[in-house]
Design a protein. Structure first.
Length: 255
């Protein structure tokens, strides 16, 4: 909900959605394909500046959003950095009986490369999600001839996220008011009851939604009003220039 709130209050809200979509997707593909630390740092800096300075997202909130994937990345790269071997490696070695918890410079650089590449890719998605509403993104996908079934499923899932969050929040508050979380055992039982009730409520809500759509002459297509802004030549030129420079850096870093 915080991301959606920032999105609708963003200074880039009324810019052309196709431009933002193209910038985010092309930049993400170049970053992931290159696996370069230099390219990842450039993408992190550029998307962060656009999201914070141009979009108006608070710096602390943006940094807090980046820490969410960062925690998972650190945990997942521990296995890449550290090794258990009988012979120490060149960067770090902690003796443990006849074995060593050790790592090499190559492993450390590879883990750093993965972390920065993943963070840069996430920052591209944050730029798109923090500046472009979901209906505008779906409109761009429709213009790209994405299958209608996928677009409708995305729209319905997006709608049900907020319904389920509100329902879960109301149930959780009700359980807390009745001391449903006073200890660990009670909390686990309350969580199980919350999940079962939420499942039943979701089935009821989905049935009601389909009945409401049928009464409004639903013919298999969900039509959503969207605001279309004309593309700007200088913005398109800036995107092409930036991604071309990024591609040059990506190719140069491979040699």
């Amino acid at each position: 909900m915080i991301i959606d709130e920032f999105c609708y209050h963003s200074k880039l809200r009324y810019e052309n959605a196709g431009e933002k979509f193209a910038f985010a997707v092309i930049t993400l593909c170049i970053c992931v394909a290159s696996r370069s630390i230099t390219v990842a740092c450039m993408v992190l800096a550029s998307t962060g500046i656009l999201t914070v300075l141009k979009g108006g997202v608070p710096v602390l909130r943006y940094m807090r959003l980046l820490t969410i994937p960062l925690a998972f990345l650190f945990l997942s790269t521990v296995a890449i950095i550290f090794h258990i071997k009988q012979t120490p490696m060149d960067l770090f070695a902690l003796p443990l009986s006849d074995w060593y918890i050790t790592t090499s410079r190559a492993s450390f650089v590879y883990a750093l490369q993965l972390i920065l590449t993943a963070l840069a890719a996430v920052s591209c998605l944050y730029f798109l999600s923090l500046t472009t509403p979901v209906p505008d993104i779906l409109e761009v996908m429709r213009k790209l001839h994405c299958p209608k079934l996928i677009i409708e499923l995305m729209l319905l899932i997006y709608r049900f996220i907020f319904i389920l969050l509100n329902t879960a929040s109301a149930i959780s508050i009700s359980q807390s008011c009745r001391l449903g979380n006073k200890d660990y055992r009670t909390s686990v039982k309350s969580f199980g009851m919350l999940g079962s009730v939420l499942m039943m409520r979701a089935m009821i809500r989905s049935s009601q939604l389909y009945i409401a759509m049928e009464t409004r002459c639903y013919d298999g297509t969900i039509r959503v009003l969207s605001e279309s802004q004309p593309p700007k030549r200088h913005v398109v030129a800036a995107i092409i220039t930036y991604d071309a420079a990024l591609l040059v850096f990506a190719v140069w870093s491979t040699f």
